[in-house]
Design a protein around this ligand. Sequence first.
Ligand code: PMP
Length: 361
Amino acid sequence: MTVRLRPTLTTLPAYVPGRSVPGAIKLASNETSLGPLPHVVRRITEVAGEANRYPDSFATELGSALAARFGVDPTQVVVGCGSVSLCQQLVLATAGEGDEVLFAWRSFEAYPIITTIDGATGVKVPLREDVHDLTAMAEAITDRTRLVFVCNPNNPTGTAVREAELRAFLDRVPPQVVIVLDEAYREYVIDPEVVDATTLLADYPNLIVLRTFSKAYGLAGLRVGYGIAADATLSNAVRQTQVPFAVTQIAQAAALACLEPPAEKELRQRVEDVTVERIRVTDELRAIGYAVPDSQANFVWLGNGPAEQGGIDALAFSTGCEDRGVIVRAFADSGVRVTVGLREENDAFLAAARALRARPV
Ligand code: PMP
């Protein structure tokens, strides 16, 4: 083939999705194990009959519902084809060749990919003991920095930074640099000191908070996320970078149905079940001998390292889990992320973890 492709593609890291293996328990993609609530499924079915029409490109009704919920103007809200799309749109809107996009590492693996696709330069600031090193991140800002991602809680370590530390960092970010607080897992936070970043919008005009319907709301397959910007200049810029009709009417209707008070109540119960399980899984893993950082998300992290210090070998551990019917997500160079599922799913994982510790891999 003689087609000319962009040279950056040769250096592009691949996004490795969590694998699905028929018959196995999948704890690899931070999904909800239960399907959407029955009335959400009904709404999806109803709207499917309108699939001959294009959707509302700007998801006006959903945007207004979210604006009302967060007490902001609808112009500050932007809906996207998953929050990963909004991450990409933000990079497109702010950075180009020669510009820098700053994020912690390891963090959400899409950040370096979308930055590279865009032609900008990704600057990775290493985590400190599995947590964002916000001091080092502030020091890494240069006059080329256009955007900073802070993933809170962080994927894949589950750790979260607290309000005082976050504010101290935000105070140091120059006002022309866009700060993206990626709160894909916000609903699972129980530590009261981990601030809901939407409450910071009034103080930081360069802030946008991203959330998703993929996790706590259980709509990963429909692809719908949203951003709330402190200033409509930013949300409008994100809208400009959207491909037309990015979010289907089915996704918009399902998201709206999830926001209805009875549905929200049930979904909150599901979230609570996960947070209770997260604590149980963490405690049990520690009792077995694994080092597990405190997680505020719907997953836990086991880092690579010597077994005597509670560490694992990511590939051997994930293969060992898979042999026992549980699919987890391995990051070969750093560790394994395990989604907290239903109690029986977690029991299957814990049994695998116990067996692997008894007979180190
Ligand atoms: N941000 C983080 C930190 C994530 O982990 C994910 C999903 N893995 C996303 C954003 C994107 O979620 P979605 O596109 O499904 O909304």
